[in-house]
Design a protein around this ligand. Structure first.
Ligand SMILES: Nc1ncnc2c1ncn2[C@@H]1O[C@H](COP(=O)(O)OP(=O)(O)OP(=O)(O)O)[C@@H](O)[C@H]1O
Ligand SMILES: [Mg+2]
Length: 471
């Protein structure tokens, strides 16, 4: 569906929601508001115009706020809400009201405020405006601010990251795909086995730079799974003081999407999960305790059949993770360092991308001496080589014409004795745009290897093995 279709669906659902609300059918209203919010989340995801995205996100936020308001109303008024999910009012997404209307409650209009919304066209239904005489809910800004639930649109997945671009990774890719790919592609076949089979909790672990984060992105892109990423940086920088609430809301947004669009399997990816969910100890700060409690609570809710969401954690330090969190991530997949064959492939790919024309012997020699290097180490080695090569540019005195990667004749620095060399300092040319980088030589590769050491150590790798054996 395109963004226009999602918008149309959002408008329809928002209208249904307001109508239900007016008829005091609050359960239905909550479901329809949630539907409108999910559709708007899709609009946010698919539309390029920044303003439209922002507006859609704001509206979705308001609708989720409405759902929460309805639920709270029922919970506080009658205590008959089917599930109380802790942590102060989860938006739920599964509806689930059993009772009717509170007799002593305010009318929807009273309760929601009597704003002066705009006209009554379809767009206004979505924006929550109120045409004269209608009872469309209008949410006053100050009310929204009070208990606003930010709508977490899924993160933008970099579609250019492909599973096949990740070289090697032992059995990680295969295991990851089989654990996630089948349930995502054929959800109906997995349903009979219960919620857990779809709501996979999975931990990806291994040395730094082995492609864990890339793999999650690639899988989300391959299966078109909305991806919600939670990183310690978000929690520390953006959510400071409000982390449990934000964690709750990210999970709620993913569940809402899952409920409203059963063909979609949202993934919540908690990168560097050891930082957020380290083993509990008595010296934990209050905020750290709250974050862990909220993560646990939300991961538990995710296993319910009403709103299956896949939770993936990634870490370099699996042994540091809290045991209760580990129990909610029952599948463990190891992303190893590349072996010699894979290192050669990675080097060929990254250096080939820089136009290096090294011999097979150069590549296999480099692969042989890069034991313990991760994929990321090898990629950054290419950066070191590039710097080194470009450093030669300013000292060059001669050039020659060669065919560039775009098949156009370009000038490339060369030694004065090279065939067809002509005197020309790169710094003096009046055609700098035609200058190619000096060619990468085997000596550049060797010198850069001597400069760059691997991030992982043998002791680190041994720890993973011990950890696997202990489990
Ligand atoms: N097996 C691989 N094949 C190709 N490129 C790789 C591989 N492993 C890592 N890379 C490169 O390294 C970069 C870093 O990878 P990524 O961030 O996914 O590693 P990570 O395992 O999540 O690291 P960390 O544990 O530090 O978070 C990627 O952009 C990718 O280019
Ligand atoms: Mg990572």
């Amino acid at each position: 569906m395109g963004s226009g279709d999602w918008m149309a669906k959002a408008i329809k659902s928002a209208k249904t929601a307001t109508d239900c609300y007016h008829r005091e059918e609050y359960g239905e209203a909550a479901v329809a508001y949630l539907e409108a919010a999910s559709c708007l989340t899709q609009v946010v995801d698919s539309v390029a115009d920044k303003k439209v995205r922002q507006k859609a996100a704001e509206r979705a936020q308001e609708y989720i706020c409405m759902v929460k308001r309805i639920r709270q109303r029922k919970t506080s008024g009658e205590g008959r809400c089917r599930e109380s999910q802790g942590g102060g009012g989860d938006t739920g997404a599964s509806g689930g009201f059993e009772g009717g209307r509170d007799e002593d409650s305010q009318s929807p209009r009273d309760q929601l405020g009597d704003g002066d919304g705009g006209g009554g066209d379809g767009e206004d239904a979505v924006v929550g405006g109120r045409s004269p005489g209608s009872h469309r809910p209008v949410i006053r800004d100050e009310e929204v601010d009070e208990e606003v639930i930010p709508t977490y649109a899924p993160n933008e997945v970099d579609g250019s990251v492909k599973v096949e671009d990740l070289i090697g990774m032992g059995r990680a890719k295969e295991l990851f795909e089989s654990r996630l790919g089948m349930p995502i592609l054929f959800p109906q076949l997995f349903k009979p086995y219960g919620a857990m089979s779809r709501s996979t909790g999975l931990l990806l672990y291994g040395p730094p730079g082995t492609g864990k984060t890339q793999l999650v992105n690639a899988i989300a892109s391959l299966y078109k799974c909305p991806l919600y990423v939670v990183t310690p940086a978000d929690v520390v920088d953006k959510w400071v003081g409000d982390s449990p609430k934000n964690i709750r809301e990210v999970f709620a947004a993913a569940r809402a999407l899952s409920v409203k669009n059963p063909d979609t399997t949202p993934i919540i990816f908690i990168d560097e999960i050891d930082c957020l969910a380290a083993k509990r100890d008595s010296s934990d700060s209050e905020s750290s305790k709250q974050i862990k409690a909220e993560l646990l609570n939300q991961m538990t809710i995710c296993t319910r059949p009403t709103a299956p969401v896949i939770v993936i954690g990634a870490t370099n330090r699996p042994g540091d993770i809290d045991d209760a969190v580990m129990r909610r991530l029952p599948t463990h997949i190891y992303a190893p360092l590349p072996d010699v064959g894979d290192r050669e492939k990675i080097l060929r790919k990254v250096l080939g991308g820089l136009g290096a024309q090294l011999s097979d012997a150069d590549y296999s020699a480099a692969a042989a001496v890069t034991d313990m290097y991760s994929g990321a180490d090898l990629v950054s080695l290419a950066g070191t080589i590039q710097e080194r090569v470009l450093g030669r540019l300013k000292d060059c005195t001669h050039m020659r014409w060669v065919k560039g990667p775009d098949d156009v004749q370009r000038m490339q620095p060369c030694s004065p004795g090279a065939e067809d060399a002509f005197p020309m300092a790169a710094m003096e040319t009046d055609r700098p745009g035609d200058v190619l980088a000096p060619p990468i030589q085997a000596s550049d590769l060797r010198a850069s290897l001597a400069e760059r050491k691997p991030t992982a150590t043998a002791a680190m790798v041994a720890e993973y093995t011990q950890w696997q054996e202990r489990r």
